[in-house]
Ligand binder design. Structure first.
Ligand code: TYM
Length: 332
């Protein structure tokens, strides 16, 4: 059976972008792939300036909201990357076979580094650590959103290069598992929904908070007056209907938009209903975890133990293949 691995930055509570693009899929995959491995990648989160107290709170917030969203610690291993030191160990090994040019070509590196005066080497090495995250568990399926495709290509190159260099078929080539919601746009309709851009709807926000964000959210720019017919396919709100509303509602909404039967506010109100339906149980579970924080800590400890068992096995085999396992007197 395919081994599933994925990771997420500790950005605090989930938002509907990373939830719909990746985490909802993580939850669903548990039914068919028990033993999936999900990691909060805290070492990835320290490549820029940050406040340790904020990071501490966000690691907690992310672990709690993953459990609230439906990650089940009985079925999957959920853990903090920095609790399994083999991630950084394998990452160093991979830096020795990764061409510098491949790292400099990564879109995320180019975007982020272009805004910096002094570029930390960790930002360049970021995708090497990501390859190590995946290959440490010899995972072959990685549920992610569209923005991670380039990093996964690099992980496949790394697996191929290492196997070729040492003449073994050891690491599989990990492939992305995408959802229909592979790229959720922010409420401004211009850029990907992302915490750092401040254009998100948090998974744990109240109905009222969600409505205050939905109300001014961008729709089809050609629809200036209520009587103008709209184009569901270019409207960001319709994309969210596809994720949160049942199929019959989606069809009705699209029809009302095209014929200008409804205004955008009507459409947004129906979207809110769908969102409340899906998000209320998640919010309830989050409140229950707030009341019993030991459940989060226990899940992370169990997850780290399970992950570390696999990670140590892989590292042992990798060291052996690479001539790093034992000191022996050379023969011959
Ligand atoms: P991160 O933390 O930015 O995002 C976590 C996951 O959510 C997806 N995602 C989205 N999908 C659709 N629309 C959006 N607006 C949106 N925002 C986020 C991302 O594609 C991702 O799947 N580098 C990774 C973390 C990582 C990782 C890994 C992932 C580290 N090691 C190993 C997979 C395997 C990142 O920053 O994701």
């Amino acid at each position: 059976m395919a081994r599933i691995f994925s990771g997420i930055q500790p950005s605090g509570e989930l938002h509907i972008g990373n939830y719909l693009g990746a985490v909802k899929n993580w939850v669903q995959l548990q039914a068919t792939h028990p033993g999936a491995i999900y990691c909060v990648v805290d070492y990835h989160a320290i490549t820029g300036a940050y406040d340790p107290a904020v990071l501490r709170a966000r690691r907690w917030g992310m672990a709690k909201s993953l459990l609230a969203a439906g990650i089940d610690p009985v079925l999957s291993a959920l853990f903090m990357q920095s609790d399994v030191p083999e991630h950084t160990e394998l990452s160093w090994i991979f830096t020795t076979i990764t061409p510098l040019g491949d790292l400099e070509r990564q879109t995320q590196f180019k975007d982020k580094s272009s805004k910096m005066e002094s570029i930390p080497a960790g930002l360049l090495m970021y995708p090497v650590l990501q390859s190590a995250d995946i290959l440490l568990y010899r995972a072959d399926r990685v549920p992610v959103g569209e923005d991670q495709i380039q990093h996964l290509e690099l992980a496949r190159d790394t697996a191929r290069k290492w196997n070729a260099k040492f003449g073994v078929e050891y690491f599989p080539e990990p492939k992305p598992l995408l959802t229909p919601a592979r790229r959720i746009m922010g409420l401004d309709g211009n850029a990907k929904m992302s915490k750092s851009l401040g254009n998100t709807i948090g998974l744990l926000e109240s109905d009222e908070e969600i409505w205050q964000k939905l109300r001014p959210a961008v729709t089809d720019p050609q629809r200036v007056r209520k009587s103008d017919p709209g184009r569901p396919d270019v409207c960001n709100i319709y994309q969210l209907h596809k994720a949160f509303s049942v199929e019959s509602t989606q069809e009705h909404v699209a029809e009302q938009c095209r014929t200008a039967g409804w205004g955008c506010m009507d459409c947004k109100k129906v979207l809110l209903e769908g969102m409340v339906q899906e998000l209320t149980p998640i919010r309830r579970r989050s409140e229950a975890l707030d009341a019993e924080p030991a459940r989060v800590l226990d899940a992370l400890a169990d997850g780290a133990r399970a992950a570390r068992g696999i990670a140590q096995e892989t590292l042992g085999e990798v060291r052996e293949v690479m001539g790093l396992n034992a000191v022996a007197v050379p023969t011959g």
